[in-house]
Design a protein around this ligand. Structure first.
Ligand code: ADP
Length: 583
């Protein structure tokens, strides 16, 4: 209710107001139809022309009432539609805002991901549904009160009969709505699998491989198989729900016709007027519908409530409090230090980093070398606080990273990962993402593009820097792998104010000559900055001041290219191997 009210107080007010009046009117219509029948009967017996006129007036009154009911119903559904749109936007916004506060490890955890997708799938429609049903219930209850008041003249037992006849249907709703929700939750994993398969078959970035490996039929078969499994369960529930609903609903119908019989019997024996009979029959029929609707609304509200609590469960998912407020280190100019750092991924067994000690001074260029899985990227993730060390500390300017204000920290560190994002934005914006403050600055795009060598090809594109990239949107252009990497590198050059620039294998698809050129620029542009470079190309690695060799999460060698070659250890071995390949 609070959510709906906060979304739009004025619409919520009208919704409430119309509900109350729309609830009271059907009783009035029933009463007027009694007046009408009685008036017609009287008029047809006597000769008094005033009676005729009275009957016509009653018709007019009923017309006015019916038009009013229609107007109120229309108003209600309009308010409902508008509220639904606003509420859905608001709930989606809440879900996305929450998603933005989650840490990387939350996204890597299937359980949290399940909650997120459950919330996104249903929760945006459920809060309004819950509120609509609550108001619907209120409306029906008000109608029932007026019907009850009218019926009381006939017999109090009639009121009891009206209420009791609806109970069996209610029992069915209550029993099955919980089950429907449990099924929904339980199927969540499979529904996501299905959505994933659908994406594999229908998205442009996957289509190449799906076609060439002829994966299509296999994926489609899996997709269908999951559907049929889910469908079996859903069908089972739907059939049982409607079967029981029908059987127990018969009780209500029998009760209703029992009441009809009773009313007709009383009318036949002239204990009530024909007008009364018309009204009671109407009241019974509508009352019955109102009772059934109210009771099933309660059952469905229970179900809605389960979904909404699911949404709140997600929204209240604990996030690591954003700690730290330092905007300056205790020893400015100290650079980056890793002190006895060990790190284990959540749920993983071994150490991804195992006792790393490292010091990087301002202006220093560091290269990380090691086999796949030796911990290079993990080290970068700790440096950027995407994860926190399990043991030991990472310090920037003498202050541990967790004590830094996160925005300041992220501003000071610029990273281009090997799996950088290829945004389906303008090519200029794809460079601009490197610095949100200058996201749209064409001038900055250009100077960064010159250093990242993407300026070589961007002006040739149909719209220059304004060219749309990707295939999802109109006139989108695709770039080659190397061109994309140049765009990503240019992002790094957007961050000329950051103190640390990290390049995690971003040049694998760029030809060796261009790479050397880029790194010359890079050295020049980052003369004052710390730079960390991960690369498998020794021609690039050797340009670093310090080279660190990682193996199994441990630093096994450290020094300049010359020193390490002199040492004749692992680095020298790897270097020799690559050099041999070129000879
Ligand atoms: P590199 O960058 O040197 O190739 P990584 O730092 O990515 O290696 O990986 C180091 C180790 O941590 C590997 O054994 C890898 O399997 C593991 N690892 C990497 N990312 C995750 C993750 N998100 N969850 C669990 N284990 C991970």
């Amino acid at each position: 209710m609070k959510l709906v009210w906060d979304t739009s107080p004025s619409l919520a007010f009208w919704f409430c107001f119309l509900t109350l009046f729309a609830g009271a009117l059907p009783g009035a219509v029933a009463y007027v139809s009694k007046l009408l029948v009685d008036a017609v009967l009287k008029a047809s017996q006597g000769q008094d022309p005033a009676l005729n006129e009275y009957a016509f007036q009653v018709v007019a009154l009923e017309l006015i009432l019916v038009v009013t009911v229609a107007a109120f119903q229309r108003g209600l559904s309009t308010c409902g539609d508008l509220l639904r749109a606003l509420l859905s936007q608001r709930v989606n916004q809440m879900i996305l805002e929450k998603a933005l506060t989650l840490s990387l490890s939350h996204f890597e955890d299937a359980k949290t991901y399940d909650k997120l997708s459950q919330a996104r799938r249903r929760a945006s429609s459920k809060p309004l549904s819950l509120v609509q049903r609550t108001f619907g219930l209120l409306q029906n209850c008000i109608s029932l009160l007026t019907y009850g008041a009218l019926l009381l003249n006939f017999s109090p037992w009639a009121v009891v009969l009206l209420l009791v006849a609806g109970l069996p249907s209610f029992a069915v709703e209550a029993a099955f709505s919980g089950e429907a929700f449990r099924l929904f939750k339980w199927q969540s994993q499979e529904t996501r699998q299905r959505a994933y398969l659908e994406m594999l078959m229908a998205r442009e970035d996957y289509v190449k491989e799906v076609k060439l490996f002829n994966l299509g039929p296999l994926l489609l078969e899996r997709f269908n198989e999951i559907f049929h499994r889910l469908y079996q369960q859903d069908r089972n529930l739907t059939l049982r729900r409607s079967g029981w609903g029908f059987v127990l609903g018969l009780f209500s119908t029998v009760g209703l016709y029992g009441a009809y019989l009773w009313v007709v019997y009383e009318a036949v024996h002239s204990r009530i007027t024909l007008g009364d009979m018309t009204m009671y029959l109407l009241v019974f029929k509508q009352g019955q519908a109102a009772v059934t609707a109210s009771l099933s609304a309660i059952g469905l509200m229970y179900e809605d409530n389960l979904y909404v609590s699911n949404l709140y469960e997600f929204l209240e998912e604990p996030v690591d409090a954003v700690k730290g407020s330092a905007t300056e280190g205790s020893r400015p100019g100290d650079g980056v230090r890793f002190v006895g750092v060990r790190f284990q991924y959540p749920g993983a067994k071994g150490w991804a980093l195992d006792g790393v000690d490292l010091h990087l001074k301002p202006g220093e260029k560091l290269a990380l070398v090691g086999e796949n899985g030796s911990g290079k990227t993990t080290l970068i993730k700790l440096l950027t606080r995407l994860y926190e060390p399990t043991e030991g500390k990472v310090l920037l300017d003498g202050t541990p990273l967790e004590e830094w204000d996160i925005t300041t920290l992220r501003r000071r560190v610029g990273v281009i990962f090997q799996d950088f994002v290829r945004y389906q934005f303008l090519v200029g914006e794809n460079i601009g993402v490197g610095d949100v403050d200058n996201f749209e600055s064409e001038e900055k795009w250009k100077s960064a593009a010159k250093k990242g060598l993407s300026h070589e090809f961007i002006p040739e594109l149909p719209e220059g820097y304004q060219t749309q990239l990707g295939r999802w949107f109109k006139d989108g252009r695709e770039l080659s792998g190397g061109q994309w990497q140049k765009v990503a590198l240019s992002r790094a050059f957007m961050r000329d104010q950051s103190d640390i620039v990290v390049l995690d294998e971003p040049t694998s698809a760029i030809d060796a000559e261009a790479e050397t050129k880029i790194f010359e620029y890079f050295r020049e542009a980052t003369a004052e900055q710390m730079a960390i470079l991960i690369s498998h190309r020794f021609s690039t690695v050797r340009m670093a001041d310090t080279i660190v060799v990682l193996q199994g999460g441990k630093i096994i060698e450290k020094g300049s290219h010359e020193e390490l070659v002199e040492l004749g250890g692992r680095y020298a071995e790897l270097f020799e191997m690559q050099a041999k390949g070129y000879r």
